[in-house]
Design a protein around this ligand. Structure first.
Ligand code: SF4
Length: 364
């Protein structure tokens, strides 16, 4: 499959943990940015049929839906977008209303990814989010009413005073609307306000062991509630797995448009510059062609972080015989890995430690 990612780098406020290419003080660039984005899409030299489009950010719901509509129109004119393509937009609860949701729906967006993060107002405030619990449910209710049948809710793990009980309660309440949950661990990145809050003792985050325990209990709870894990952080009702992400992990082609957006075609990858000045000048952050070793590593890494797995025969093409690695055979014997018709997959019970498994296997 081929996919398109569009980056909308504007946010109403910068969350205190955010290290993404997003800006809360650059709204005066909106017009210039969308002209550049439009031009970038129009000048693409690829002729792909597109199976998924993901409009992410930043906060796409922070800009006018008419801008999003124009971008989608340009994509449809330039590429052949499949009739049943999955088209996702990321949105924050405080910037969603009925009018906006109706417009999204009528322009063909069929998947909504909502940055819920938590249903505890104190935690939301600590994160620097602009919404509260009431706004979450208001947005979800309206999204359902408008016709959205495929809704993801993002949740954050590892927050101050977060308990399994709170998360279970959140999932119980959200499952009425959600078909998909993405549960990410809070990362304390250098240069973010949350880092100085932790270092200055102003907040106390749970240690890694506690977060891992919470994560494992959550995995069980989600499964019990009909959400199957299909990647370390992703859980879906049957048939609602995110096609766009599956295409990334399955190493399908994707074109990224916008500031900081990454692309991958064949064995080449590149990324746009992640500041406005360089992006407007058409500069790339990097561009590289993967060598055989890198391709093989990527096949294992991406395949084992999700339900897709990888084919041993695929690796052989790049000169890697995994059967020679003693860890590989041990993992198979112990049931950490399983082989199904030549496809190697990770046992879902081991998603949480898949990084360690991958590390041993890619020591080619
Ligand atoms: S809404 Fe998302 S992209 Fe924007 S600042 Fe917060 S975490 Fe970053």
């Amino acid at each position: 499959m081929n996919s398109i990612y569009v980056h909308i780098p504007f946010c109403e406020q910068k969350c205190c943990y955010c290290a993404f290419a997003s800006f809360d003080n650059q709204f005066d660039q909106v017009q210039k940015y969308f002209q550049a984005l439009q031009k970038e899409i129009e000048s693409s030299t690829f002729e792909f049929r597109i199976g998924s489009i993901f409009i992410g950010g930043g906060t796409p719901s922070a800009v006018s839906p008419s801008i999003i509509e124009k971008i989608l129109k340009t994509i449809r004119e330039k590429f052949q977008v499949e009739k049943d393509a999955e088209i996702t937009i990321e949105a924050n609860p405080n910037s969603l209303d009925e009018k906006k949701l109706k417009e999204y729906f009528s322009m063909g967006i069929n998947r909504l990814s909502v940055g819920v993060q938590s249903l505890e107002n104190k935690q939301l405030k600590m994160l620097g989010r602009l919404h509260n619990k009431i706004q979450v449910f208001k947005a979800l209710r309206v999204a359902k009413k408008v016709g959205f049948k495929n809704i993801n809710c993002d949740l954050l793990l590892g927050l101050e005073n977060q308990s399994v009980f709170q998360l279970k309660k959140a999932i119980k309440a959200l499952k009425k609307y959600a078909t998909h949950f993405s549960c990410y661990m809070l990362q304390v990145e250098d240069g973010t306000p949350v880092k100085s809050m932790v270092e200055g003792g102003r907040i106390k985050l749970p240690d890694d062991d506690k977060v891992v325990k919470i994560y494992h209990r959550l995995v069980v709870f989600l499964k019990r509630n009909g959400f199957e894990q299909y990647e370390i952080s992703n859980f879906a009702k049957k048939g609602f797995e995110c096609l766009h992400n599956l295409n990334y992990w399955g190493r399908g082609n994707y074109l990224g448009f916008g500031l900081g957006a990454h692309s991958f075609v064949g064995e080449s990858r590149w990324a746009n510059a992640s500041n406005f000045f360089d992006y407007f000048a058409g500069k790339k952050a990097f561009s590289e062609k993967l060598n055989d070793k890198q391709v093989a590593e990527e096949i294992v890494m991406l395949g084992l972080r999700c339900c897709l797995g990888f084919r041993l025969s695929q690796l052989k093409k790049y000169g890697v015989i995994l059967e020679k690695n003693p860890y590989f055979n041990e993992f198979l014997e112990k049931g950490v890995l399983k082989a199904e018709n030549g496809v190697i997959k990770i046992n879902p019970d081991y998603y949480g430690v898949s990084n360690l498994v991958i590390e041993e296997l890619i020591d080619f």
